[in-house]
Design a protein around this ligand. Sequence first.
Ligand code: NAD
Length: 502
Amino acid sequence: MAVLVAPKALENLGVRDFHMLIDGAWVSGEGGRTLERVAPSHGITVSRYAQASAADAERAITAARHAFDEGHWPRMTASERSHILLKAASLIETRLEEIAYLDAIEAGKPLSQVRGEIAGAVDIWRYAAALARDLHGESYNTLGDGTLGVVLREAIGVVSIITPWNFPFLIVAQKLPFALAAGCTCVVKPSELTSGSTLLLGEILMEAGVPAGVVNIIVGTGPEVGSVMTTHRDVDMVSFTGSTGVGRLTMANAAQTLKKVSLELGGKNPQIVFPDANLDEFVDAAVFGAYFNAGECCNAGSRLILHRSIADDVVRRIADLSRGVKVGDPLDPLTQVGAIITPQHLEKIEGYVSGAANAGASVAFGGEAIRFGAGQFMAPTILSGVTPEMAVAREEVFGPVLSVLTFETREEAIRIVNDIDYGLSAGVWSRDFDTCLTVGRKVRAGTIWMNTFMDGASELPFGGYKQSGQGRELGRHAVEDYTETKTLNMHIGARTGWWMPR
Ligand code: NAD
């Protein structure tokens, strides 16, 4: 068993109330409905959000449409927009503790980890501010004396941004500043489970000088509000991060009006380990990859593909390290693995573990749910003897559960890795340059880490192959994603009509 850190009582903590942001005003939802968030670590209500209806979503879209068609934001210079994004980044930094606390208590994530996520978000806002000023098209002065071609990049228009609960503040930072940098206006819907920090972001953006209607933030459920955001004819693009199932539905909804769609979806990410790897470094990355964010991470390294000759030794060493992992109170500075997002999700994780055991896998470590009072947690878990056809080898468990598979040859490892529907990321561990590059080039995934795992930078594009998504976020093209391309084909001098002889 890992080290348990029982949650301390939350003293004098009231319920924090939030309104939604529509057209620059903080408003209640139609009919005054609210949604409440229960802290998954403590089992008590910590936030209450005004809940949007379909009509509220339409109001938010109308505000964004008006701000785009008539407002100042898309017509400002990029320099002006960039300065506002930089101011937002500084204000986020000023309120880092408040934002981090909210994400920790609503999502059950370790506070020390969330501080790093918010700092990462600040860096992304600053990167987007820099890219804003470099957005440009192309010109062709090579089309003959009579023609000049200019290719413009124009803001695509109104963007619906829909985000999940697992990295509430970081994921909206992978979308919103780039859309704003391009000159777009937005309707943002965070997960109804963790909306607080995105609503704080709304306050920050107003203070930074983002005009009314440019960013609208509504809280509500997917079927009621998300469906309006993905079907409404006044929305030009949908940027969605979440599960592959809802991503598929989003694409089908958006197809009704042929909106542009960007999708960041699930993963079942392998770490492939060869006998010549630095195993001391690898076992640490294995534990980090599997248990970081309680495994509720699209990039979780949830599949180990180990060379058979080292498998027993590696599993023993990972189990030894797992014994020292601290699970429990997200607010305790020592905690590494926090709470599981909902009781229903914990049941799903437990179902995967028992299903794997019934299918013939062995629970080499952990395997059980942990309940401290009214909070729900899952023990770091290692499943060995997993075979490629088992559900835990192919599906996203989204909990701190590591599935161990083995291989004999490099080709077999690549086959096992590629033979599932996901392709978000992968790790390859070997001291041999050829092995790393050959595997790295043949694995079908958007990010390949070599002798490391889950590193990243604002400069590096991120996204998935296959059913892990469509499009890329971050990187130097991230602002272009929120643009349309327009060609100006200009004629110089006398023109010969098609009916006249040339
Ligand atoms: P989810 O798909 O259940 O929900 C994501 C968002 O979609 C939420 O805001 C939800 O309210 C909304 N939604 C639900 N139904 C909708 C509908 N019919 N129309 C429009 N919107 C709807 O995902 P989740 O459980 O919040 O998050 C976990 C999933 O997100 C995992 O699969 C994880 O891998 C994925 N994820 C991917 C990335 C990435 O970058 N690839 C990052 C983080 C999370």
